[in-house]
Design a protein around this ligand. Structure first.
Ligand code: AMP
Ligand code: GLY
Length: 429
């Protein structure tokens, strides 16, 4: 089977690495890819938002499966474009329809969906510039801290957690006044959930589902979870507090009603559901849905999947996931992200990377490229990450950090405390 994977991050390198191992994959194309994916298949210079160009490439190269990494093409309707184009509709698309992608594309849509299907989530209301006064009154009924969310996609920056009422009101006014452009024309205000966060991943055919390994992500730039938000500075899978009993609650209260809800509402959905959860005293609440895998969670989740992912994708596209089981490596995966100096603000690009000595730790590329002479250069904020598997979390961390320390470039930065909060949880039993 010829497969085309869209995206260019560490997530796509980790997905490409698994696809390339499948006996069912004869040729893998990655568009646009990075220097790491070039070693798993052939990178193609395609604009993934140009659906005509993606479709033309797929036809020319007899692509039979399209795997969509990031949300933007899904929210813009790439799956619908393939389904509605006679020459393309035989191609299996791993990624939901435009309507399914609204679960990520609109926070108000996602909250209303959860409410319709009695899925546990924070109490909320949505406001526009016309209802600013009601929004202020709703804030007065809540307690600090206050959570404001731009309805639309805002490059991961659309959520504000405000310490006091005056700031919350001021920022509500700014958001409705266009702080995030169209994305904040509507703003969701919701109750603050106090707990530990966790990322749960589901592969669904729109009717049946498989729960993939869960992971924990480290979002802030600074140690101890301080400083600016980033795309993610590391991840760990499995998550010690997500034991069988907790994951059963997640499946019964969240995964099942979500998949049932999609089906009841006749929403075409073949792909991933990424459920951002808060564990509040042992009970799971949904913070958000994403319609794709997480980055850098994929870099610790996919290395633990032993099953042939191309087979699973094919079964999902055919609506046959009920006949599938998932084989998971019981070891712990720890992923450490290395970023360019200055990230997540203005950062350096074009520095030469020395990859150091290879060992059994996986190195996934994020923002990298090769110049005309084949030299490996930094080309993004998150540059490269290392994922180690070991029978315990401390060992996995040790191996991952050891490998990360051997990768060098000017200005490289990494957090030294990935997984430390989980070690504490393990020690405290
Ligand atoms: P999101 O963009 O929806 O992932 O939100 C960004 C981050 O804000 C989440 O990862 C949480 O850490 C935090 N957050 C969002 N909603 C809430 C909430 N209701 N209570 C507490 N924290 C939240
Ligand atoms: N790691 C969080 C995300 O991919 O959105």
């Amino acid at each position: 089977m010829n497969i085309l994977l869209l995206g260019s991050g560490g997530r796509e390198h980790a997905i490409a690495h698994k696809i390339a191992q499948s006996p069912q994959c004869s040729q893998l194309y990655i568009a646009p890819g990075n220097a790491g994916t070039a070693a798993e298949g052939e990178n193609v210079a395609l604009d993934m938002m140009d659906f005509e160009a993606v479709g033309a490439f797929a036809l020319d190269h007899r692509v039979e499966m399209l795997v969509v990494g990031p949300e933007a093409p899904l929210v813009a309707g790439i799956a619908d474009h393939f389904a509605a184009t006679p020459a393309l509709k035989h191609i299996m698309v791993i990624g939901p329809s435009k309507q399914g992608a609204m679960l990520e594309g609109s926070k108000d849509y996602a909250k209303a969906f959860m409410q319709r299907h009695a899925i546990p989530t924070a109490r909320y209301q949505t406001f526009t510039a016309d209802t600013l006064a009601e929004g202020e009154r709703f804030l007065e009924t809540l307690q600090a801290p206050y959570v404001l969310k731009a309805d639309g996609l805002a490059a991961g920056k659309g959520v504000l957690i405000e310490p006091d009422l005056a700031t919350a009101k001021a920022h509500l006014r700014e958001m409705l006044g266009g702080k995030f452009g169209d994305a904040s024309a509507s703003v969701v205000i919701e109750e603050y959930l106090d707990g530990i966060e966790l990322s749960v991943f589901v592969l669904t055919d729109g009717n049946h589902y498989l729960v993939l390994p869960e992971a924990k992500d480290y979002k802030r730039i600074g140690e101890g979870d301080t400083g600016l938000n980033t795309g993610g500075m590391g991840s760990v899978s499995p998550v010690p507090f997500a034991d069988k009993a907790f994951m059963k609650k997640v499946e019964d209260r969240i995964v099942k009603p979500t998949v049932r809800g999609l089906k009841e509402e006749h929403i075409d959905y073949c792909g991933f559901i990424f459920i951002g959860l808060m564990n509040c005293g042992g009970d799971p609440y949904v913070i958000e849905y994403n319609v794709r895998m997480g980055d850098p969670e994929t870099e610790s989740v996919f290395p633990r999947i032993k099953s042939d992912v191309v087979h699973l994708f094919e079964q999902a596209a055919q609506g046959n996931l009920d006949g599938c089981t998932l084989e998971v490596d019981s070891r712990t995966a720890a992923c450490v992200m290395m970023v360019a100096g200055g990230y997540p603000e203005g950062y350096r690009k074009g520095d030469t990377i020395d990859l150091g000595e290879e060992n059994d730790v996986q190195v996934f590329h994020c923002g990298t490229k090769r110049d005309a002479d084949g030299r490996l250069l930094t080309a993004g904020g998150r540059v490269i990450c290392t994922t180690a598997l070991a029978s315990t979390l401390p060992e996995a961390l040790l191996k991952s950090y050891y490998r990360a320390n051997n990768i060098v470039w000017e200005g490289k930065y990494l957090r030294r405390d990935i997984g430390q909060d989980l070690l504490k949880i393990i020690q405290e039993g």
